[in-house]
Design a protein around this ligand. Structure first.
Ligand code: URP
Ligand code: ZN
Ligand code: ZN
Length: 471
């Protein structure tokens, strides 16, 4: 009998805790052995000498084929979005299922299952965005959905038509505490923001940089503090998503130092972009419009500090791709589009891990084990997928990315697999790139060539987050 279907031989296996020279033995979809000199005459041998063998990335904050208002569509569906993720060394993504106002939560997830069906290249799950927290959504639907494996829910404090007020957030937190749901919060204050938008537009400041001017750090800091306070008030854990700068980071660190169960995430755009990018020629600045906006060098430094000190457990892409060309993406009114009407978000699902590796590991800011934790393991743990996902261990899914730590790549849109028409990182030189990827034992990318297929990816029902309240 064949002991192994595949052996990854001679590589340096890196997990969130260890770095060991050993072989990885795979049978079917699982890792079944780690050891020296694994052999099987019939196995497919992958030579990983001189390469790093790491868990496939888990990107737990991505937007794919998400509704974005009349006439505006995302550039990536589940085919191109997950292909792009895979080519960037990921084997699991967790996109959002957005509840439209008036829609049940169940219908929202059903819609997104239809969008993903037969299209995903890698495994996926869903968080649910709650925009209409009716008594039945919070009282009946949420507990049933948690039982069915939808164990995390996102709240916007921000966007017109989607944001929840404080009382609604309190009711959601109360329900999440009772049923063990895990709550993610987009913290930018709706009222401070509306005030700033009206003021700037009244002064004729409608160009892209107005987006950053309308959302100074105090807008994020105030909402972050308020969200933390509400979590403390109800006594429930919470994760602050896409934290952009020093002021909100310090609020989170303060809460953590007080012993509150507050978790946080940051993203590549807050390490590499600044407000100045939004000032680029003409409407080009719209490429960099995302919320919260990129800030300044001090905030970039603060985000690195947060990653190094464990304030941020999670490094996600917040991939949210909209085309620059035409009127179905960023610029719905062409070059006359006011900043407040530009679709929010930047693409980045394929560049997330290479950026963290190159800017983080290669520049000595984080070590290899921290890289794995921030890019894969902590996501799997936070969102109830561990240890099937996010690590290399006997019994785990054989979701593996083999990296060439010295491969130099210049990032340009034409080498990426997203259907977006730009990357905010055009021309960026990175060192370190995933060359071979296995998803549940199947080689889906080999030496840079795509060998997988759409439809291979599976939906993942998740356990409750180990951090969620126990009721
Ligand atoms: O600008 C962003 N971040 N767009 C994506 C939607 C969100 O708020 O995460
Ligand atoms: Zn958000
Ligand atoms: Zn997002």
């Amino acid at each position: 009998m064949t002991q192994f279907d595949t052996i990854i031989r001679g590589g340096t296996v890196v997990t969130a805790s260890d770095t060991i020279l050993c072989d990885v033995g795979i049978k079917g979809e699982k890792i079944i052995a780690l050891g020296e000199n694994l052999t099987d005459d019939n196995a497919n041998i992958i030579n990983a000498e001189g390469l790093l063998v790491m868990p496939g990335g888990v990107d737990s904050h991505v937007h794919i084929d998400q509704a974005s208002g009349p006439g505006v569509v995302m550039a990536d569906d589940f085919d191109t979005g997950t292909l792009s993720a895979m080519c960037g060394g990921n084997t699991t993504v967790i996109p959002f299922a957005l509840q439209e106002k008036g829609q049940t939560l169940r219908h929202a997830v059903e819609d997104y299952h239809k969008k993903a069906e037969g299209k995903s290249w890698i495994d996926h799950s869903f968080h649910i965005i709650i925009s209409d927290p009716t008594p039945s959504a919070l009282g009946q639907e949420l507990p049933a959905l948690v039982e069915d494996g939808y164990t995390s829910f996102k709240v916007y404090m921000t966007y017109e038509g989607l944001h929840l007020n404080d009382r609604e957030i309190i009711d959601l937190l109360e329900s999440s505490k009772r049923h063990g749901a895990f709550i993610m919060v987009h913290a930018e204050g709706y009222d401070t923001l509306r005030y700033m938008i009206e003021k700037l537009e009244g002064e004729g400041r409608t160009e892209p940089v107005g987006h950053a001017l309308s959302r100074p750090q105090v807008v994020e800091r105030e909402a972050t503090h308020r969200a933390i306070s509400l979590a403390e008030f109800i006594d429930v854990p919470m994760l602050l998503v896409h934290v952009s700068g020093r002021e909100p980071m310090e609020q989170i660190r303060w809460a953590q130092q007080r012993g509150l169960k507050i978790f946080a995430e940051t993203c590549p755009q807050y390490l590499l972009l600044t407000k100045d990018d939004l000032m680029k020629d003409g409407m080009d600045g719209a490429k960099y419009i995302c919320s919260p906006p990129p800030r300044d060098p001090d905030s970039q430094e603060a985000c690195w500090e947060g990653l190094q000190q464990g304030v941020f457990k999670i490094f996600s892409s917040d991939h949210c791709p909209f085309l620059m060309e035409g009127t179905s993406g960023k610029l719905r009114e062409g070059n006359k589009t006011k900043f407040s009407r530009v679709a929010n978000g930047v693409p980045g699902i394929e560049t997330r891990l290479p950026i963290l590796f190159s800017e983080g590991v290669k520049k000595g800011r984080i070590d290899l084990n921290e890289f794995v934790a921030l890019g894969a393991t902590n996501h799997a743990k936070m969102y109830g997928l561990y240890p099937e996902k996010g690590t290399i261990a006997v019994g785990s899914d054989a979701d593996i990315a083999i990296w060439d730590a010295d491969k130099k790549v210049t990032v340009t849109q034409d080498i990426l697999h997203s259907s977006c028409d730009y990357t905010p990182y055009e021309g960026l030189e990175v060192t370190g790139w995933p060359v071979t990827v296995l998803s549940r034992g199947k080689v889906v990318m080999e030496n840079g060539e795509v060998t997988g297929k759409s439809g291979h990816g599976r939906y993942l029902k998740r356990k409750k987050s180990p951090h969620a309240a126990t009721g």
